[in-house]
Design a protein. Sequence first.
Length: 87
Amino acid sequence: MTYEEEMELQYKILDQFDFIPYLESYTTVEGLMFAFEYECDLTLLPPEFQNCVFNYINTEDFANYLANRYPQYNFFETTSWKINKYN
């Protein structure tokens, strides 16, 4: 399967779901993706997805998908600082 075919299949699968309840509940795309994947009925996915609803899409692509599908919502990228302790 080509990249274009994978993405076409990915968007076709995503189009089956209503993301409004998730958009109303989560403030980050990552949080939305995590919750949705946890709650999603994986039996609806074709075998190529290997039980992963976001198998062919990354966070940025998904944010763009949501922005196009739900223009009433604003999506923007932010940077966060992480803390790591040296050993």
